[in-house]
Every structure is written in C-alpha cells, then in structure tokens.
Design a binder for this molecule. Structure first.
Ligand SMILES: *[C@@H]1O[C@H](CO)[C@@H](O)[C@H](O)[C@H]1NC(C)=O
Ligand SMILES: *[C@@H]1O[C@H](CO)[C@@H](O)[C@H](O)[C@H]1NC(C)=O
Ligand SMILES: *[C@@H]1O[C@H](CO)[C@@H](O)[C@H](O)[C@H]1NC(C)=O
Ligand SMILES: *[C@@H]1O[C@H](CO)[C@@H](O)[C@H](O)[C@H]1NC(C)=O
Length: 145
C-alpha cells in the first residue's frame, strides 16, 4: 500500500470509529439523587399547610376517617432551588401507617427529572393526635438522566 493510500484507509477507519463512539456517548448516563426533607402537614390552626377538599358535611375532617390502615397518596414535588428549578417529581403509592418506614414510588418527573424512577421512604417525625398535625420525614432516592 502506498503511504497516502494507507493514510486514506486510516482516515476512513477513524471516521467510522468516531461515528461509533459518538453514538455510544449519546446514550445518557443514569444519575442517582438522594433528597431528604421534612414536610409540615399542618391541617389545623393559624399556619395550616394542608386543607381538606372533600369530607362529610359539618364533621371535623381527619385523614383516618374512612380506613385506619392506609391512605392513597399522590404528590408532586416542585423544585425552586437553582439545580432543579422548575423540575418536578411525581410520587404515588399506598401510605400504610403501620409500616416503618413507609415506602411509596417515584413514578416519573419533568425537566431534569424526565423519565425518573425511584422510591421514597417516609416516617412520621411528629404527630399531634388531637389535631392530626404532623411532620413527615421524607427520604427520596431518584434515578434519572
Ligand atoms: C404562625 O406563624 C407566625 C409567623 O411565623 C408565628 O408568629 C405564629 O406564632 C404561628 N402560629 C402558630 C399557631 O403556630
Ligand atoms: C427559578 O426560575 C424562575 C423563573 O422560571 C426564576 O424567577 C427564579 O429566580 C429561579 N430560581 C433560582 C433559584 O434560580
Ligand atoms: C396538640 O394540639 C393541641 C390543640 O392545639 C395542643 O393543645 C397540644 O399542646 C398539642 N400537642 C403537642 C404535642 O403539640
Ligand atoms: C435515606 O435512605 C437511604 C436508603 O434508601 C439510606 O441509605 C440513607 O441513610 C437514608 N438517609 C437518611 C438521612 O435517612
């Protein structure tokens, strides 16, 4: 092979290799993010953070009104910090009170959490059984791109 033919062969081989490596690199790498936060679930008093939207007329509403073992939980976490600003996580599952820690699923998300999957562990850090005000510790593990 003449030297310039060898160079041409080498150049076309490196273009093919470059094309292969680019397509591999384009595949997104999965990241893991862990988020721990405390949610104030204050349903009574001056600084309420939660409000009942359904219930039995004139009866004081309680989360355990119908079923004492679990409630169905669905929640959107909306981020306002710099890193995940405007992104959301969608959390859903059966909140079984007797299980420690309770676990629900991270079913998806938006923006930086598109196609996210994961799980969230939850514990009651504080509860007032006369008002049902509570503080929940959340520990969310998310796999995302
Ligand atoms: C409600 O919040 C205000 C402002 O933080 C505080 O001064 C007040 O004591 C709170 N009230 C109750 C009942 O927690
Ligand atoms: C988040 O985005 C909004 C506009 O979409 C902007 O007003 C705000 O300053 C941003 N916050 C941070 C912490 O970057
Ligand atoms: C629970 O709420 C009642 C009514 O507001 C209050 O009197 C009591 O001090 C609270 N208990 C705790 C442990 O915060
Ligand atoms: C959060 O949960 C993970 C397991 O998913 C555990 O390893 C970690 O210690 C927990 N963090 C806190 C602060 O509870």
């Amino acid at each position: 092979m003449a030297p310039n033919q060898a160079l041409k062969a080498f150049t076309s081989l490196s273009i093919i290799l470059l094309a292969i490596s680019v397509s591999i690199e384009a595949k997104p790498q999965q990241k893991q993010t862990n988020i721990v936060f405390y949610m104030h679930d204050i349903i009574a008093g001056q600084n309420a953070t939660a409000v009942a939207v359904a219930g039995i007329g004139n009866k004081p509403w309680k989360a355990l009104e119908f079923d004492k073992s679990a409630i169905w939980m669905t929640m959107s976490l909306v981020f306002t910090n710099k890193k995940f600003n405007g992104s959301t996580l969608e959390i859903q599952g059966s909140d079984m009170f007797s299980v420690k820690p309770r676990e629900v699923a991270v079913v998806s998300g938006t923006r930086k959490f598109r196609l996210a999957k994961g799980y969230a562990l939850m514990e009651t850090a504080f509860a007032n059984l006369s008002t049902f005000n509570s503080i929940l510790k959340w520990n969310v593990t998310v796999f995302h791109y």
